[in-house]
Design a protein around this ligand. Structure first.
Ligand SMILES: Nc1ncnc2c1ncn2[C@@H]1O[C@H](COP(=O)(O)OP(=O)(O)OP(=O)(O)O)[C@@H](O)[C@H]1O
Ligand SMILES: [Mg+2]
Length: 200
């Protein structure tokens, strides 16, 4: 941790910003196995929210690993750091009053708890969406061919096969994608955002 730092607050605080922009920020944290549908649902939700003229942005696993996190691998420490950085970036977006969608496997409970804590400590909204489908289903979908490679041992530390996934115990929403389609998932999330007053 660097020393001699002083936080420089803006002239407009978060609540004023929300008032002026007429939009409150929230981080919607999608977690689940690869191919469970995180990116698919986040993309559809992003499109829907943009059509409602909501300032929305999606931070998506592979995309972030092309840039900000290109120095990180998939061992446990790198995954921790990957999620820590996303937690911090999503906090900044949400502080800017953005509806921030994050789509990362984020397999460890402690990492997701840290992302939540980063937001809560800053007084910012955060919710977790468990995008859930059985391993047999996601392995059958395998849109990127990753499960096949993992089974052949060509990918080490693959979540669900050779690395753990710790399902959420306290997610705000639990969406079972083997039982509902993408449109239904978007409807469920929008309904929740409206009910809780996160969008208005
Ligand atoms: N109800 C559903 N919701 C979302 N995706 C579904 C659903 N039913 C089938 N699919 C399909 O499952 C696949 C999900 O892939 P997607 O890339 O969204 O997963 P992901 O969770 O983002 O995985 P990764 O962690 O590898 O990025 C897509 O091919 C999608 O079309
Ligand atoms: Mg994805």
């Amino acid at each position: 941790m660097a020393t001699n730092l002083t936080f420089h607050p803006g002239s407009v605080d978060h609540h004023e910003r929300v008032d002026l922009l007429q939009q409150s920020g929230i981080t919607i944290w999608f977690t689940g196995l690869s191919a469970s549908g995180k990116s698919t649902i986040a993309c559809a939700l992003e499109q829907h929210l943009l059509h409602l003229h909501k300032f929305t942005y999606r931070l998506d696993g592979d995309n972030i690993r092309y840039g900000l996190n290109k120095d990180l691998g998939f061992d446990e420490r790198s995954r921790n750091e990957n999620i820590r950085r996303i937690g911090e970036v999503s906090r900044l977006f949400t502080d800017a009053a953005c509806i921030t969608l994050t789509a990362f496997i984020s397999p460890y409970r402690a990492d997701r708890a840290l992302a939540r804590k980063i937001h809560e400590e800053a007084g910012l909204n955060f919710m977790e969406v468990f995008v859930d489908a059985p391993l047999a289903v996601v392995e059958q979908r395998d849109p990127k061919g990753l499960y096949k490679k993992a089974r052949l041992g060509e990918i080490k530390e693959f979540t669900g096969i050779s690395a753990p996934y710790e399902p959420p115990l306290d997610a705000e929403l639990h969406i079972k994608t083997a039982e509902c389609d993408v449109e239904e998932a978007v409807r469920i999330i929008i309904g929740y955002l409206l009910e809780k007053g996160y969008i208005f």
